[in-house]
Design a binder for this molecule. Structure first.
Ligand code: NAD
Length: 395
């Protein structure tokens, strides 16, 4: 069938298998072009491995340092006549290229929050890898069924204490409008922390440790965001920000657990704002990203997920010296985004941006192109007029 993008709000309901493979290949080529990461990971478990920062982490581990990778993710597989979600195609493409290169790569598609998937991952690691030296936790999800209570928690993106009004953009239609988001209830706050906080990451680490699967010196990492003041009410000081505080709490607990066992480290990396399926769902943030991209591209400092993670591995995690932490003990990959002159320029544009000057003042075209790329559309060298088989299976 001929596959075209069908954008509905902040999701695209179709994905192109050949385009997704080309997108993965682009990232692999980038990592390879940067050369071998000496002393990089050898056996990695990536949870949330199929898109965004998790996919970039898996690609960097595999093709930057020859790591065997087990990827866990939650995607809808393809069916006869119906495309999969992009992470399915991405993971198949990654596995194929890894195996061609002689690398072990295996995937587990299912709910990472469940005890069942953790147990399956443990069995695979025991049988195939014995011990792992890197665990990346990069899950972004709107919901979680708690494995112990059975309760369904739904995360919300809301301010806390009072409502928040600011500009936002419908990136599909190019319309800038004002949005008012009411404050979260106590229950919504608790639910968001349950979904996007650190409890599940801790459960994974405890289960891996209890099964004796962590190699001496093992690293555990998860990702967070801080961003500029204009987004604080909805991000840093909002429900997601509280969940991220909980993720930092979990990082400290996991770090202590690994150190108490005589080895290992756990920490958070604060990454740059980028177009991913998760970030496109946050109000206000896509408008900020569109402005930011224009400024950072003009300055030559723009990076995507794979550039960020390759830099994290090569210059921080595996560069042979201690990690450069900020005062709160976090690695900062948002350093270029947060440069004062970049933020000053964002601040100058923000009050003036509207529907009529969106093209001129922002990189909305770049935003849209990157968004479509997440679903395998707009990749150079892919013939989008060609008939394509949407049903692709994982071997
Ligand atoms: P994403 O939507 O691209 O990726 C999310 C991944 O989680 C996918 O692989 C998906 O399959 C997986 N997933 C979702 N629910 C799952 C479940 N129940 N079980 C197993 N896997 C599941 O998101 P992203 O933007 O790459 O976010 C990853 C992390 O990076 C998050 O912690 C996010 O807060 C953080 N981060 C993102 C940005 C950004 O701007 N995008 C910036 C800084 C930090």
């Amino acid at each position: 069938m001929i596959l075209r993008p069908k954008v509905r709000g902040f999701v695209c309901v179709t994905a192109h298998p050949v385009g997704c493979a080309a997108f993965v290949q682009e990232q692999i080529d980038y990592v390879r072009s940067k050369g071998l990461i000496k002393n990089g990971p050898k056996k990695a478990l990536v949870i949330g491995a199929s898109t965004g920062y998790g996919l970039a982490s898996r690609i960097t581990a595999a093709f930057g340092s020859g790591a065997a990778t087990l990827g866990v993710f939650y995607d809808r597989p393809s069916e006869e006549g119906r495309p999969a979600t992009p992470g399915w195609y991405n993971s198949i493409a990654l596995e194929r290229t890894a195996r061609t290169a002689g690398l072990y790569a295996r995937s587990l598609n299912g709910d990472a929050f469940s005890d069942g998937i953790k147990q399956q991952a443990i069995e695979i690691i025991k049988n195939d890898l014995q011990k792992i030296d890197l665990v990346v936790y990069s899950v972004a999800s709107p919901r979680r069924v708690h494995p112990k209570t059975g309760a369904l928690h739904k995360s919300v993106l809301k301010p806390i204490g009072q409502s928040y009004t600011n500009k936002t953009v419908d990136t599909d239609l190019g319309l800038v409008s004002e949005i008012t988001i009411p404050p979260a209830s106590d229950e919504e706050i608790t639910d968001t922390v349950a979904v996007m906080g650190g409890e599940d990451w801790e459960m994974w680490m405890q289960a891996l440790d209890a099964a004796g699967l962590l190699a001496p010196g093992a690293t555990a990492i998860s990702y967070s965001y801080l961003g500029p003041e204009v987004t604080w009410p909805i991000y840093r000081n909002g429900t997601i920000g509280l969940a991220k505080n909980d993720l930092e709490r979990a990082a400290r607990r996991i770090d202590a657990m690994l150190k108490a066992n005589g080895y290992g480290r756990a920490f958070i990396s604060i990454n740059k704002a980028l177009v991913t399926q998760a970030s496109s769902a946050i109000p206000v943030v896509p408008l900020y990203i569109s402005i930011l991209y224009k400024i950072m591209k003009a300055k030559g400092t723009h990076e995507g997920c794979v550039e960020q993670i390759q830099r994290l591995f090569a210059t921080q995690m595996y560069n042979g010296s201690a990690l450069a932490f900020d005062q709160a003990g976090r690695v900062r990959l948002d350093d270029r985004e947060m440069q004062p002159d970049v933020q000053r320029q964002v601040g100058e544009v923000w009050p003036w941006v509207g529907t009529e000057n969106l093209q001129k003042l922002t990189d909305i075209d770049g935003y849209r192109a990157e968004f479509l790329k997440l679903f395998g559309f707009g990749l150079a060298g892919v013939d989008y007029e060609a008939d394509v088989e949407p049903h692709v299976t994982m071997s």
